[in-house]
Write a protein that binds this ligand. Structure first.
Ligand SMILES: *[C@@H]1O[C@H](CO)[C@@H](O)[C@H](O)[C@H]1NC(C)=O
Ligand SMILES: *[C@@H]1O[C@H](CO)[C@@H](O)[C@H](O)[C@H]1NC(C)=O
Ligand SMILES: *[C@@H]1O[C@H](CO)[C@@H](O)[C@H](O)[C@H]1NC(C)=O
Length: 265
């Protein structure tokens, strides 16, 4: 009994700072592992759990779906971790948790096992936490009810397209309202380990948080651990939009004529 107690005591680090260093050391290992694991994954997504209690690090990285090249994804993960380190206060070697949402990569690490949490309830840092969000300060102009309604439809349809996409749960879209209002581009993505239903629920939960003030904005983005969306008036992703929305056509008649004439042939 006395021997066991002695062994336990001797394994306790003498200073609290030493315990934090172990965690930070684990974070560095996790970051290096994630660069490789994420970029070599076919869906450019990876999770890593590393270390012994109480210094276990839970982490994930996801490259944006329009990054097709493995080395570009590796660079994105590397650069995002570098930004995370630059944002850490200089007096600290690392924080106990950090969620970074950048244009081309999501990088999250935490002492809390947020990988185990339900995709529907996962906030930015911990269960029930608030999502990451950033909004364009400009409001839409012109026919405001029409434009905001179309942007709403664009967000919903892009989310649905992403949820049903495999193996990456990722989709892009564009809205051309047919008015002088500029085109709006959209993007949605979930971590590819989510089912279509969980992905859609995750995105719908975010979309449901958009209040009437934010619904007027020309662009914005929201993210939690396993899903995010973005929309804006400039094209911020590579490749052709996967869905295109136009203004509701007031005259579906020409299409009917076409199909009639083809059946008459
Ligand atoms: C990345 O992982 C592969 C496969 O596990 C391995 O062969 C390679 O050496 C790793 N590269 C780096 C830079 O760690
Ligand atoms: C956007 O609209 C809101 C609500 O009408 C208004 O309070 C805000 O000042 C507008 N923002 C800009 C940048 O015009
Ligand atoms: C609308 O949502 C934004 C972003 O979450 C928040 O900052 C703002 O306080 C909300 N406005 C209202 C009126 O609830």
């Amino acid at each position: 009994m006395g021997i066991i107690l002695l062994l336990l005591l001797s394994s306790i680090p003498p200073f609290q700072a030493a315990a934090a260093d172990v965690f930070c050391g684990n974070v560095k290992v996790v970051a290096a592992t994630l660069v490789n694991k994420t970029s070599s994954s076919p869906t450019h997504f990876a999770t890593v759990t590393f270390g012994d209690a109480p210094d276990v690090v839970y982490a994930l990285a996801l490259c944006r779906g329009d990054i097709l090249d493995d080395s570009t994804c590796a660079d994105a993960v590397t650069n995002t971790f570098r930004k995370v380190q630059n944002l850490t206060p200089p007096e600290m070697e690392c924080l106990k948790g950090f969620s970074a949402y950048y244009a081309d990569c999501i990088f999250i690490y935490n002492a809390i096992n947020l990988l185990a949490a339900s995709p529907n309830t996962v906030g930015s840092y911990e269960d029930g936490g608030r999502p990451f969000q950033r909004w364009n300060v400009k409001n839409v102009t012109g026919d405001i009810p029409l434009i905001t309604g179309l942007i709403h439809d664009l967000r919903v349809e892009t989310a649905e397209k992403a949820a049903n996409a495999t193996p990456k749960r990722f989709a892009t879209g564009v809205l051309d309202s047919g008015t002088s209002f500029p085109k709006i581009y959209s993007l949605s993505q979930c971590t590819p380990d989510l089912s279509a239903g969980d992905c859609l629920a995750c995105l719908r939960r975010l979309l449901g948080m958009i209040n009437s003030t934010m619904a007027l904005r020309m662009g914005g983005q929201m993210a939690v651990v396993r899903c995010y969306f973005r929309f804006d008036a400039s094209k911020f992703y590579e490749g052709e939009p996967m869905i295109t929305l136009g203004a509701p056509s007031p005259a579906p008649a020409p299409a009917e004529h076409k199909s009639k004439s083809s059946t008459n042939k």
